[in-house]
Structure formats: C-alpha cells, structure tokens
Ligand binder design. Structure first.
Ligand SMILES: Nc1ncnc2c1ncn2[C@@H]1O[C@H](COP(=O)(O)OP(=O)(O)OP(=O)(O)O)[C@@H](O)[C@H]1O
Length: 292
C-alpha cells in the first residue's frame, strides 16, 4: 500500500531524514517513535507531499511528490494542531471536506460530538478541537491515516474511544501511521513499530516482538517477606523489595527456592517479570548511542 524507499530529507543543509525505507500494508497500525527532533513530523509531512525529498514514496503504486498529490485523496491526516476554521462550527468545518454526508454524521455520532458540533469551533476546548481534527482525518473512509500525537489533550474516556475507533477502521482495512510520546498508549493500538533515532530508522518490527520479551526477574511473595529477605541477604543473594514483593534475578531463582524451602518458608506467589515496552525502547535508543 505505502512504499517508502531511500527517503532523504534536508532542511537547508541539515539532513533531517537519512535513507528511510519502510512499507505499510492495509489494516496495519504502525507506531512512529523517537526522541524530540528525531524527524517524526517531518516524515509525516513528507508523506503528505508537503516537503521536498529524494527517494521514492508510492501509495498504491502511484508516486507522491511535493508536486504530485493525486494519491492523497485516499489519505487522511492530523498533523500538529488541527487545521480548523474558528468561526465555523465543527459541522461546517467537516462539510468543507466531506464527500459523504451519511459517513460524516456517523463519524460525529461515533466520536460523541453531537452536543457541540453546531457551536463555533473557537469555543471548543483543546480536547474537543482534537476530536474534530481526528474526525477530519477520518472523513470519507480513507485508506491510510496519518496521526501525529492524536491523544494530545484527550481525557481518558476520549482516549479509549479513539483507540476503539482506530481498531474499527483498521479492521476495515485502513492503515495508520501514528506518532506519540505516550508509549503505553501507542502500545495498546499498534501492530508494528518504527523507531527513529538521530534521523534514521533504527528498528522496524512487529509489536509482538516486544510482547514476547524475555523474562528478566521473578517477583516472589512469601508469608513473611521480612524474614525471607534476611535469609536471602545472609546467603548473599541480590533482591529488591517493592510493593510487598521481592524481585529476584532470573539466574538466582532456583537457588532462592531451595534456600527458602530449607528454612520451611513456602512461596505464595512466583511471577515472571518481563522487560516493559518502554524499557525495551529506551535500550534500543541507548544501543544506537553506544554504537556511535
Ligand atoms: N521548517 C523547518 N526548518 C528547519 N528545520 C526544521 C523545520 N522543521 C523541523 N526542523 C528540524 O528537523 C528536525 C526534525 O524535526 P521534527 O519536527 O520532524 O521532529 P519530531 O521527531 O517530530 O520531534 P518532536 O517529537 O519534538 O515533535 C529537528 O531538528 C527540527 O529542528
């Protein structure tokens, strides 16, 4: 569907994206992650034909360039602040772009905007404006949607709703490219992740890779954690106490069970602890720094 090959982008003499190559297929929800200034927004703007570049971008085999926007008719986007006319109502803003009134009405309803959609957009809160921006991006059943920090300003209920809507569109075949600094939120929707660091793609993998992260520690509970901790200390075994649990390194877990049993101290809980998504991302970004 979307095919990006050897993308290079410069602002003046400064290279902002180096040799980025990636593909996005129908129904995929791709998270774009990277530190501030890594080039996420720049990539998104370039996919919309808003920036000059070298390399190739094709959408359904048709090229997108700074001068050729034909394939973008099937692409919806929310980048930076929603482009909303403040003196028009939310509905009038949507009508400017809508090609299907029934689809527009359904979207207003699905996003829970019925009560304020006819008020001028200038009276909207940040979250209401953000929802309007998302509605604009989702109008006309797009095949591909680009969302830059879509959860900005949304409360918990709206965040959950947007997540559900993204899943619904993806189930119908719409592909998404979404950037967010809230990794835990992005983790709940994305099917794969592209990590940008220092203007290059350093990782492009399915999200399942992180779900199956190796076990690094075990969290254990006994009837008397205080006494168990003393025994571990006396045996020179490293542990960390947190939230009425003891955390044991994976290499020590067999020895810990043997020692505790020897002291007639039975385990009440033994839970494997995996690296979190956030920890894995931080490690990927650090690895790259070490390489450099
Ligand atoms: N119009 C511009 N002119 C010159 N440099 C720019 C312009 N827009 C962005 N840049 C530079 O390009 C680099 C990438 O910026 P970009 O906004 O794409 O990063 P980002 O990954 O989206 O960052 P953030 O997470 O802070 O939004 C930055 O170094 C930024 O200073």
């Amino acid at each position: 569907m979307l095919n990006v090959q050897n993308l290079n982008i410069y602002y003046g003499r400064k290279q902002v994206i180096k040799e980025a190559t990636f593909q996005i297929q129908p129904g995929e929800i791709v998270g774009l992650i990277g530190p501030n200034g890594a080039g996420k927004t720049t990539i998104m703007k370039t996919l919309l034909g808003l920036t000059k570049f070298t390399g190739t971008i094709t959408f359904n085999h048709q090229p997108i360039t700074a001068n050729s926007h034909q394939p973008l008719q099937q692409v919806g986007a929310l980048i930076e602040n929603p482009a909303v006319y403040p003196f028009l109502s939310g509905r009038e803003n949507l009508e400017l772009y809508s090609q299907d009134t029934a689809d527009m009405k359904r979207l207003i309803n699905r996003l829970g905007m019925d009560t304020y959609i006819d008020e001028p957009a200038k009276a909207y809160s940040i979250g209401m404006k953000q929802k309007l921006g998302i509605a604009l991006a989702l109008l006309n059943k797009p095949k591909f949607v680009i969302l830059d920090e879509p959860m900005n300003g949304l409360d918990i209920e709206a965040t959950i709703l947007i997540r559900q809507i993204i899943h619904e569109y993806a189930a119908q075949g719409t592909a998404f490219l979404i950037s967010s600094h809230v990794l835990s939120e992005l983790q709940k929707v994305m099917t794969s992740v592209i990590i940008l660091n220092h203007h290059e793609i350093v990782m492009n993998v399915p999200i399942d890779q992180f779900k199956n992260a190796p076990v690094t520690q075990y969290q254990i509970k006994t009837l008397d954690n205080e006494a168990a901790a003393k025994i571990l200390k006396a045996n020179d075994i490293f542990y960390r106490r947190q939230n009425q649990s003891l955390f044991i390194n994976i290499a020590d877990i067999d020895q810990v069970q043997t020692i505790l049993r020897h002291h007639q101290m039975m385990l009440r809980e033994l839970v494997p602890v995996r690296k979190t998504f956030e920890q894995s991302i931080v490690e990927v970004l650090k690895e790259k720094l070490v390489d450099e």
